[in-house]
Structure formats: structure tokens, C-alpha cells
Design a protein around this ligand. Structure first.
Ligand code: SF4
Length: 338
């Protein structure tokens, strides 16, 4: 258990990391009692925590050892010598960490951490696409299951999809890009390719990013002159045409760091807005945001529970043959993105 002096010290540490009471749904002292216990257990169990930027600020600032987008976290997971990885993200991210680290235990501390994109397509669907388009390489967004990755030639994230697709098109006329039809449409436009002919798409969408309304961006622009609007690449094309910058979360963070707009309109999951406010307290943000129910199913309490009672239903496992094939396509991404 933790005592009051320890909680006061922990509150100071969390405050120094930018975690103000205002960005939490509970008193900072309650969060501090939990982060203290989690950080102690991490040491005892030789565990690290990977935290996606869509997680809540108490997880990101309080217990995250590695914080970032799916590309960065996949890369970070390869560099730790911890014996246990607790992934505060969704299942496909935990699977990617397990594929890259077969000797480590990987836990996702929620049974509800799915993803609408990942669940939109199966390995059998990919085999059918390949049969319908022989010779076309399968370029797969990282938001997919291990089985789908195993059927793919190369994995991409929103941070490197354009770069890798350009390399693929250097030697192929047609590419199968799965599963996000909106990101595929945005990328085919950027690359000057025709969806359905040069780029074969699947029907998946992200339940968070598909629902934004482009008309709102114009309203904000009129209200806040000098505004920079940023949207995630999973948004529909009318949103992408209306913003100043499209990219993954890592790209958006770099854009904010390198520019000086009067305010930033963030068209993506809410957690990114909270993270951006903590990282750049001197800048102004408007988060035109939505919550991802899968990401938000993870809490400090569920992380504590996973560390105290690690049990099979929270542990990520991938059959070795699937993992070996999926690893080849993930490593292709690291090679082509370098
Ligand atoms: S934000 Fe969208 S793509 Fe990301 S985990 Fe949630 S449903 Fe999946």
C-alpha cells in the first residue's frame, strides 16, 4: 500500500510531467495512488508499459515508458530487455509487439480493446483478394490481425504508408491496399493512382475518423483566423481536402512542433488533443474530436489488475507459424521505411 507522503511526492512528479487535475476525470491524488502502485509493480515484474497517444493522460504521463503512435511503439518494443510488455493500446498493437518479441509476455489490459479496421478483414479475405489480383503485392495497414499480416507482403503505418507505397509502385502497376478504404482513397489521390484499377481497396473504416464533418472545419476557420487544421489520414477525403495537413499522429505532432499557428484544430481521436496540450502547453488547441471506445476501455485500474493478476484472457498469443510470416511483413516495413 502507499502512504500520504508518497502520494504527495507522486502528485509532484505527475504535475511536473504536465498532468494537471483539469485534464483528468478524477482527483489527481486518486490517479497518483494508482500510478505509484503500478510503477512499483512494473519494477517487481520487470515490465514496461507501451502507451498509445490515444490513451488518457494519466496513463501516458503517469505510467507510460514508451509513448507514441503504432510505428514508434512497435519499434520501441524491440528495444527493451523487459520480460513483460503491458500494451496500453488495442489488440493488434499487442499482437505486433508479441510477433516482434516472441520470448516476452505481452498483455493488453482490456478484453474490449478491438478495432473496427482490424475486425473488418480476415486472412481468408486477403487470400481471396490475392487470387483475384495475381502478382499485386499486398500492402497492409498495421491496424490488422496477425493472420492478415501473415498474408501480406508489407505492413505500413500512417507515418510511412506514402513512402512505402511509392517504393511498391516503382516495381508494380497495381497494389492491394487493405483494410482502410478512406486512407486508401486519400493515398491513391496523393500518389495519382486510380482506386479500383491501380490500387485495390477493402471496405474497412475507422469508427472514429469516418464520422467527422468537413463543414465544421470552415466554421472554425472563420472563428479563429490563422488556424491550422490537421486531420488523421483515416478521415474521409472531403476532410482531407479541407485541412492544411494530413498524417499519422507522429507526423501531426512534428507539424505542431515545427509551426507557429494561432491555434491548431485537431481532427482525430480525443486523446491526441490531450497529449498535444501537455506536450505544447504554450500553444492553442481545438480538438474536434471523438473517443475511440476500444482505446478508452483501458484504465489505470485495468493496468493495475493486469499486473497484479496476469491471466490468460489478457495475454496476447500468436500461433508460431502465423507469427513467423507476419514478422516478415512487419520487418519489410522497417526496411522500406528506413
Ligand atoms: S481510433 Fe479507429 S483505427 Fe484507432 S483503434 Fe480506434 S477504431 Fe481502430
Amino acid at each position: 500500500m502507499v502512504n500520504e507522503t508518497e502520494i504527495k511526492e507522486e502528485i509532484k512528479r505527475l504535475t511536473a510531467k504536465g498532468l494537471a487535475g483539469g485534464c483528468l476525470a478524477r482527483p489527481l491524488s486518486d490517479a497518483a495512488a494508482l500510478t505509484l502502485r503500478i510503477n512499483r509493480l512494473k519494477k517487481e515484474k520487470k515490465a514496461v508499459i507501451c502507451a498509445h497517444v490515444y490513451q488518457t493522460p494519466d496513463i501516458i504521463c503517469g505510467i507510460g515508458d514508451f509513448v507514441g503512435d503504432s510505428y514508434k511503439l512497435a519499434d520501441d518494443s524491440r528495444k527493451t530487455d523487459a520480460e513483460v510488455i503491458v500494451f496500453c493500446g488495442v489488440n493488434f498493437m499487442g499482437e505486433t509487439a508479441k510477433i516482434l518479441n516472441p520470448g516476452k509476455k505481452v498483455y493488453v489490459p482490456s478484453k474490449n480493446a478491438g478495432c473496427s479496421l482490424s475486425e473488418s478483414i480476415t486472412a481468408a479475405d486477403v487470400r481471396a483478394l490475392k487470387a483475384g489480383h495475381p502478382g499485386a503485392p499486398v500492402v497492409t495497414y498495421i491496424n490488422t490481425s496477425a493472420g492478415v499480416k501473415a498474408e501480406s507482403d508489407c505492413i505500413v503505418t500512417s507515418a510511412n504508408a506514402e513512402k512505402i507505397l511509392r517504393k511498391m509502385y516503382a516495381s508494380h502497376e497495381k497494389v492491394i491496399f487493405i483494410p482502410d478504404k478512406l486512407m486508401g482513397a486519400n493515398l491513391s489521390f496523393t500518389l495519382g493512382k486510380t482506386p479500383g484499377r491501380d490500387m485495390i481497396l477493402w471496405r474497412g473504416t475507422c469508427v472514429v475518423h469516418e464520422k467527422f464533418d468537413a463543414r465544421t472545419i470552415e466554421i472554425y476557420r472563420k472563428r479563429y483566423p490563422g488556424l491550422a487544421a490537421l486531420a488523421h489520414a483515416e478521415c474521409p477525403s472531403d476532410i482531407i481536402s479541407a485541412v492544411d495537413f494530413m498524417g499519422g499522429t507522429g507526423d501531426m505532432m512534428r507539424y505542431i512542433g515545427n509551426t507557429n499557428a494561432s491555434a491548431y484544430l485537431l481532427v482525430t481521436e480525443c486523446g491526441f488533443g490531450e497529449f498535444a496540450r501537455i506536450k505544447f502547453p504554450e500553444k492553442n488547441f481545438i480538438a474536434m474530436c471523438r473517443l475511440c471506445p476500444y482505446m478508452k476501455s483501458i484504465t489505470l485500474e485495468s493496468v493495475l489488475d493486469a499486473l497484479e493478476n496476469p491471466r490468460p484472457e489478457l495475454e496476447i498469443t500468436v500461433p508460431p507459424k502465423v507469427a513467423a510470416r507476419a514478422k516478415t511483413s512487419i520487418e519489410k516495413m522497417f526496411e522500406l521505411a528506413a
